[in-house]
Design a protein around this ligand. Structure first.
Ligand code: S3P
Length: 450
């Protein structure tokens, strides 16, 4: 049910105990890859055609921002997006502020991408994005020659201007963040010379894969400590491509965990991307005793995919090491739901970055679980969850965090009493057909009349 307050619409959803989930689904295109396909397609020469792009609010925000930056992007047929790229330094000064809505990836990657064009742009976003740190991006961009004309203590609104010429840098990132790495690589495209980005643990490598696919000279190497060094040769000729976006493992995570915790469930998810930098959740769930198997392996535009088979499993708690955070950074909320139904405790270490996501996810997971009858202990950078009886019977806020909303709707499917999640419009950021696909599998999720 949609309640209209002023011009803000709030959709509440309720999830109730469900019968076994059955059947097979295909989840929408990967969010990270969709952002990158739009941005890199805009920086290539010629017409890029993208199939299977994720049509969610975050991606529409990036597409609208690129249009403001002078790029022609349009959709034809049912599933094909066309981008007429203007080259690496081809962005134009926009007539209005670039509103990236809820999207941290969109705003951070675009800050890097436009730094190679001699233009001025102001970035804004919603209440959640306005609280998120941007210094991690704009500081290294300044080292490359970009100017920050206006900022609000490292938060948006931020006005950025690209110099006539960017310089390549060697940058050691303090955090394993694909957003930092990608922003600097996209800026590095315009710089003369080799850009070198070093990250403490390898984060998702879609920017590297896609730049390679579009013709850039880019390489990466891991040292003994697990540090990852990426080297990019500046000013490559990026040639437009036909690109297919594989399915998003971060969206598939919700039906996968639902099937593991609802007795009698058995589901199949077709052609999910299985890039090793993205499937830490699958490794963790298997350690917990999950019956998950993979078949039908394929490679699509430089990314590997497989069909995932998952069924109800008796789970046990595990310790999730800090070294795994990068490969499952977005999956902790849904892992917490699996942990609630596991025997014993699940201890998640080294997760302070979760406090800087769409919401403070450690706090949101912990308080939502406590309201549902599950005990937790949180510290600044860890969370311990004690599996037990999920009572439910609570009303939870999403705080403009799509993954928090979806996770607690999944918890409601195994709770004694229903769980209501308020303001579920936020789910449209990443997984617009979440409710439809979950219902197709048999999940009892509907509009809430309160
Ligand atoms: C993303 C990187 C991650 C992730 C986000 C998507 C990306 O952020 O949380 O949802 O597409 O590069 P960080 O790189 O900041 O950890």
């Amino acid at each position: 049910m949609k309640i209209i307050i002023g011009n803000i619409k709030l959709t509440n959803l309720v999830s109730n105990q469900s019968k076994p989930l059955k059947g097979e689904i295909l989840v929408p295109g990967d969010k990270s890859i969709s952002h990158r396909a739009l941005i890199i397609g805009s920086m290539a020469v010629g017409r890029t055609i993208i199939n299977g792009i994720l049509e969610s609010e975050d991606i529409i925000s990036t597409s609208n921002a690129l249009k403001e930056l002078g790029i022609s992007i349009y959709k034809q047929d049912s599933d094909k997006w066309f981008i007429d790229g203007n080259g690496i330094s081809g962005f134009k000064t926009p007539n209005k502020s670039l509103n990236l809505g809820n999207s941290g990836t969109g705003i951070r990657l675009l800050m890097g991408a436009i730094s190679g064009s001699n233009i001025i742009a102001t970035f804004i976003g919603d209440d959640s994005l306005s609280k998120r740190p941007m210094l991690r991006i704009i500081k290294p961009l300044e080292l490359m020659g970009a100017s920050i004309l206006k900022q609000n203590s490292g938060k948006i609104p931020i006005t950025l201007s690209g110099p006539k010429e960017l310089v390549s840098i060697q940058y050691k990132s303090p955090v394993a963040s694909a957003q930092i790495k990608s922003a600097l690589l996209l800026a590095g495209l315009a710089a003369n010379g080799i850009s070198e980005i070093i990250e403490p643990i390898k984060s998702r490598d879609h920017t590297e894969n896609m730049l390679n696919f579009f013709g850039a000279a880019i390489s990466s190497s891991l040292n003994k400590e697990g540090n990852n060094t990426v080297k990019l040769k500046g000013q490559p000729y990026l040639k437009a491509q036909n690109f297919i976006v594989p399915s998003d493992p971060s969206s598939a995570a919700f039906p996968i965990v639902a099937s593991l915790i609802i007795p009698g469930s058995k589901i199949k998810i077709n052609d999910m991307m299985i890039n090793p930098t993205r499937i830490g959740l699958i490794d963790t769930l298997k350690e917990m005793g999950a019956k998950i198997s993979l078949s039908n392996h394929k490679t699509i535009c430089g990314e590997n995919t497989a069909t995932i088979h998952a069924e109800y499993s008796k789970l046990k708690g595990v310790t999730v090491p800090a070294s795994r955070t990068a490969s499952m950074i977005d999956e902790y909320p849904i892992l917490a739901i699996a942990a609630s139904k596991a025997e014993g405790n699940t201890f998640m270490k080294g997760i302070s970055e979760l406090r800087l996501k769409e919401s403070d996810r450690i706090k949101m997971i912990s308080s939502g679980l406590n309201s549902s009858g599950i005990k937790t202990i949180e510290t600044e950078d860890s969370l311990n969850i004690f599996g037990g009886n999920v009572k439910g019977g609570c009303k939870l806020k999403s705080n403009l965090d799509h993954r928090i909303a979806m996770s607690f709707l999944i918890l409601g499917l195994v709770a004694k009493e229903p769980i209501v999640v308020q303001d579920c419009d936020t789910i449209n950021s990443s997984f617009p057909n979440f409710k439809i696909l979950m219902k197709k599998l048999g999940a009892n999720i509907s509009g809430a009349n309160f």
